[in-house]
Ligand binder design. Structure first.
Ligand code: TRP
Length: 327
């Protein structure tokens, strides 16, 4: 059976980009497919070094998954850090991964490009450099086949395939070669400044703030100086939001508004209504879970015991293949 796996880094509260890129598609798949959904808390240590934030973010992202309707019957739901086997696999995979492969990672190259002076690596944390190997370990630990991610993560899945393939050739077939599930219909959701929505760029819109703040953040989405009455372009950032949040019929309605020259301000009010109608009920559920962390904890502990069983079994096979004493 093809299982689905995806995770979100716990470096803040969830934003609309997480929802569109990972949560919404994975939750849809979880209705009919065995799924592994996890909180990438070890990945978050690379992005920020604030223990309180990491801790709070884990609850917040876990609560968001549950609130948005993750099917807990079909899903193994866990914290990455609760499965130490992932870290062990990380070493095994590091041992066969060429440095040259990691040199090609977009996230690594982006930091190099931003660094002035001769030593382009001076701001590159080893955790960031090795990030794709940890991500491969997350995926291969459970031999997952389908990985719903935003298109920015495509390269990481390709690297996972390369690493899995190298392992299979060196030691014997063990790993599935995973495939990304990228909805090409759905563009990467831009942040308020138009670049990819990300905590790292501080350009995000919270998934679950209150209504007032949601409208306020939507108002910050960058537009241009076109006046009311002038046709608004489809390649605007704002249009991408309408595209991501509406079904076909609704989109026709918004197309008309854009063509007929609605003002940016009115379009932003419409966008608020559209987004809020999709997430409003989830917000209620989310807030109740945040008030009851024990409920979230119970769900995670249950998921972690299932994940541990599978990871222990798989790691046993992997250790045997590489010639390390089986546990
Ligand atoms: N790198 C992903 C992101 O930043 C998070 C992640 C970590 C992930 N491990 C994963 C996603 C494994 C899919 C599969 O969005």
């Amino acid at each position: 059976m093809s299982s689905v796996l995806t995770g979100i880094t716990t470096n803040g509260s969830p934003h609309l980009g997480n929802y569109i890129g990972a949560m919404r598609p994975a939750i849809k798949l979880s209705q009919e497919t065995e799924s592994f959904i996890f909180l990438a808390d070890y990945h978050s240590l690379i992005k920020q070094q604030d223990p309180k934030l990491t801790h709070a973010s884990t609850l917040s992202i876990a609560a968001a998954w549950i609130a948005c309707g993750l099917n807990l019957e079909n899903t193994v739901f866990y914290r990455q850090s609760s499965i130490p086997q992932i870290m062990e696999l990380n070493w095994i995979l590091s041992s066969i991964t060429p440095k040259g492969l990691m040199n090609r990672a977009h996230a690594y190259k982006a930091i190099q490009d931003q660094t002035k002076g001769n030593d382009k690596d001076k701001n590159v944390l080893m955790g960031l450099y090795n990030y794709p190997i940890l991500m491969s370990s997350d995926i291969l630990m459970f031999n997952a086949k389908l990985i719903p991610v935003g298109s920015d993560q495509k390269q990481h899945i390709e690297m996972t395939r390369d690493i899995a393939n190298k392992f299979n050739i060196s030691y014997g077939d063990f790993f599935n070669l995973p495939e990304p599930i990228i909805d090409n219909e759905i563009p990467l959701l831009p942040g308020i400044d138009g670049s990819k929505m990300s905590k790292s760029y501080n350009n995000y819109i919270d998934l679950f703030s209150n209504e007032k703040k949601l409208q306020k953040q939507i108002n910050q989405i960058k537009t241009n100086s076109l006046e009311p009455g002038e046709k608004k372009p489809r390649d605007s950032f704002l249009y991408k939001y309408f595209y991501c949040f509406s079904n076909k019929d609704d989109l026709n309605k918004y197309d008309d508004l854009f063509d007929d020259g609605a003002s940016w301000g009115d379009l932003k009010k419409e966008l608020f209504k559209l987004i809020n109608s999709e997430i409003g009920d989830y917000r209620e559920k989310y807030l109740s879970l945040i008030e009851n962390p024990a409920e979230v904890e119970e769900i995670l502990v249950d998921g972690e015991s299932k994940a541990l069983n599978i990871a222990t079994e798989n790691l046993k096979g992997i250790r045997e293949l590489v010639g390390i004493r089986a546990l």
